[in-house]
Design a protein around this ligand. Structure first.
Ligand code: ATP
Ligand code: MG
Length: 230
């Protein structure tokens, strides 16, 4: 397929590991309806980022597969994968460039209005406007440094600007202040019904609104349910 149309996901018996090492993700079966918000929690090393890597097709699973809208993820065009499925990484990087260029990331089809709308959605707009030169302020090396949390919001805005159908968020492990935390949670909740979100969260508060929370333990799905059920 050349596009992800709806963004329904089926995680079907995925098994994964690194090199000759043991399996770090063991098979389970989960169907994620399009437009839903799924939280992914578990201790460090439980396989959360590994699962996101499989969804991003960074490497193939040892067994099983992901289905997207009923089609194998493996059959999706590379261009569609990059456009319609976006990652907010655990350690977002800034380019030494303006805030605007950091949001645009070379996608010249995106207007300034698109970028601003994305920054609004990621709850970052007010922060950017308050910088010395607003959206034209140089960020990163030689410019204004952002906190880890602000970098994640920027990565979120960057991702949203491309209007993905599926958003994968790998929450930063440390140094996220509770205000940023709340903003991330709010931004995610607003995407419901439009974007399928899988959000790795270190604090349940980020995903307390989730339609479903998956709990991984040593690479196994040990529990799932809503915040209230867990
Ligand atoms: P964290 O909360 O710390 O981000 P995680 O749940 O994302 O942890 P993963 O990064 O998916 O965990 O790691 C799952 C397992 O796979 C761990 O045992 C880890 O050591 C191992 N692992 C992860 N990446 C690699 C890699 N590139 N090479 C070898 N082993 C890896
Ligand atoms: Mg991780």
């Amino acid at each position: 397929p050349a596009r992800i149309e709806a963004g329904a996901l089926h995680l079907d018996g995925l098994r994964a590991g690194y090199g000759d090492g043991p399996d770090v993700l063991h098979p389970f079966d989960v169907r994620i309806p399009a437009g839903s918000l799924v939280g992914l929690v578990g201790h460090t090393g439980s396989g959360k980022s590994t699962l996101l890597s499989l969804l991003l097709r960074f490497y193939p699973p040892r067994a099983g597969q992901v289905w997207v809208d009923g089609q194998p993820l493996a059959d999706l065009d590379e261009a569609a994968l990059r456009r319609d499925l976006a990652l907010v990484p655990q350690e977002p990087q800034l380019m030494p460039a303006s805030a605007r260029d950091n949001l645009r990331m070379g996608r010249m089809d995106l207007s300034d209005a698109d970028l601003e709308a994305a920054a609004q959605a990621a709850r970052l707009h007010d922060t950017l406007v308050a910088l010395p030169q607003g959206y034209d302020t140089l960020l990163g090396e030689g410019g204004v440094q952002l906190s880890t949390g602000q970098k994640q919001l920027l990565a979120m805005a960057r991702a949203l600007a491309g209007r993905p159908k599926v958003l994968l968020l790998d929450e930063a492990t440390a140094n996220i202040d509770s205000a940023t935390e709340a903003r991330l949670g709010e931004a995610l909740a607003q995407l419901r019904g439009r974007v399928t979100v899988i959000a790795v969260a270190h604090r349940l508060s980020t995903v307390c609104d989730a339609d479903r929370i998956l709990v991984l333990h040593h690479g196994r799905l040990v529990e799932q349910g809503t915040h209230a059920e867990l």
